[in-house]
Design a protein around this ligand. Structure first.
Ligand SMILES: [Zn+2]
Length: 193
């Protein structure tokens, strides 16, 4: 489409799809440090909805922390959790948004990646995966922010001060349930893919 932002030739070597829900203010680049990344291609204002997990639903069953009933890897990597045992993929750019422990975007209405503050052109668009997930998933993080938690896991591992900072940008399915903070996530070996 003519209103799509420019993206790198290298990124085009992968199969990238665009959704009608993707804002024309979102650009896709291939970084030398952490693979594909989404950036603001022009000024984004706080509250703007940028992209959505608007794709197929995947039900992977109910799970309890530390039980082997975890979401499959393709769900961990590309989908957003919208209820207990239920994830949703995107048909566009949302699945490429990277995690950051001090992000500039959050989640609204379960599926929308939305700007939490004004964002300057060229800035990477990030969200905190603990804003939506609460299952056995975890990952190591090296986002480099002062608040980097090192190991990222579900909402129950998200500290109270972060929850407060994310007010209005946490997934409704998490805030509607009682999920107290249980302490920092611990680094344990990732299971085989
Ligand atoms: Zn981090």
């Amino acid at each position: 489409m003519s209103d799509r932002p420019p993206h790198s030739a290298s990124a085009l070597k992968t199969t990238i799809h665009w959704s009608h829900d993707d804002s024309p203010k979102v650009g896709l680049i291939l970084t030398s440090t952490h693979g594909l990344a989404l950036i603001a291609s022009q000024t984004i204002l706080a509250g703007e909805k940028l992209m959505a997990f608007d794709g197929p639903l995947h039900e992977w069953g109910r799970t309890t922390l530390n039980l082997p009933n975890t979401p499959p890897y393709y769900l961990r990597d590309h989908c957003v959790q919208i209820d207990e045992g239920l994830s949703r993929d995107s048909t566009g750019l949302a699945r490429y948004a990277n995690h950051c422990c001090e992000p500039n975007c959050g989640i609204t209405d379960l599926i929308w990646i939305t700007a939490m503050r004004d964002i300057a052109p060229g800035t990477e668009l990030t969200w905190d995966y603990a804003m939506t997930e609460d299952n056995d998933w975890f990952m190591h993080c090296s986002c480099g922010t002062p608040g980097c938690r090192g190991v990222i896991a579900g909402y129950r591992f998200l500290p109270p001060e972060r929850r407060a900072a994310y007010e209005g940008f946490l997934s409704d399915w998490l805030t509607a349930s009682h999920r107290p903070y249980i302490g920092p996530a611990t680094a344990t070996p990732l299971p085989a893919a």
